[in-house]
Design a protein around this ligand. Structure first.
Ligand code: ZN
Length: 219
């Protein structure tokens, strides 16, 4: 049965903290089923066991799939955390333009199951005023997540009156699993696109500092 993130209710305990140390890395195991997925859209035991098998066989390769930097397009880095643990080799980064367009397409008011209120007991450095809304982010699309597919681990955080101001965070299995329902959030790191320079001779973009135009004497 689907359950949305409710660990941040105002009545909840205030044990969450944004501060983590490197020692927490050893607590979370890569073979651990992320806490958030136990309560998402897994609806049968066969699905659960299949996901478990995939994680045990392909988890290492999936977790190493990290986007290189610098890049020609800005993105959010999930620090090797797959955006969903229901797909082997799931992306560990999300294009910034996809996030931007998804947030712009997300509802401005609370809805079931998302967007739902977020009270920031974890004290994430969010730009939105608290309480804000949080809503699933799915890589590879520019429209907002809608109920049906798994919401994955990634969320946008915004106020409905200005969806141009937002942050991205994800349920982080590398953090110690708390007594609450879901893994604590970690903010995704925004990686800006590398500045692009053009050839002084032919005005095309350089590639690794070199002009690729045939017979051009640039850059
Ligand atoms: Zn050139």
């Amino acid at each position: 049965m689907y359950q949305r993130d409710r660990q941040q209710s105002p009545q909840g305990s205030d044990t969450g903290s944004a501060s983590t140390t490197t020692s927490s890395q050893s607590i979370g195991s890569r073979s651990t089923i992320s806490n958030y997925s136990r309560h998402t859209s897994v609806s049968s035991t066969s699905t659960t066991s299949r996901v478990t098998a995939l994680r045990s066989s392909a988890a290492d390769a999936a977790y190493d799939r990290q986007r290189r930097s610098p890049t020609d397009s800005s993105y959010y880095d999930l620090d090797s955390t797959p955006w969903t643990n229901e797909q082997p080799g799931a992306q560990t980064w999300i294009n910034a333009y996809e996030v931007r367009q998804q947030v712009a397409d997300s509802p401005a008011t609370e809805q079931q199951p998302y967007p739902s209120p977020y009270y920031n007991r974890e004290e994430l450095a969010l730009q939105a005023n608290i309480p804000c809304l949080h809503h699933p982010i799915t890589p590879g699309q520019t429209t907002a997540w809608q109920e049906g597919p798994s919401p994955g681990a990634v969320r946008s955080f915004y106020n409905g009156n200005d969806r141009t101001v937002f942050d991205v965070a994800y349920h982080d299995p590398k953090k110690a699993i708390s007594t609450r329902r879901n893994d604590p959030f970690t903010k995704a790191v925004y990686v800006a696109a590398a500045p692009r320079t053009v050839c002084s001779q032919c005005n095309t973009y350089l590639r690794n500092g070199n002009c690729t135009t045939p017979r051009c004497i640039g850059p």
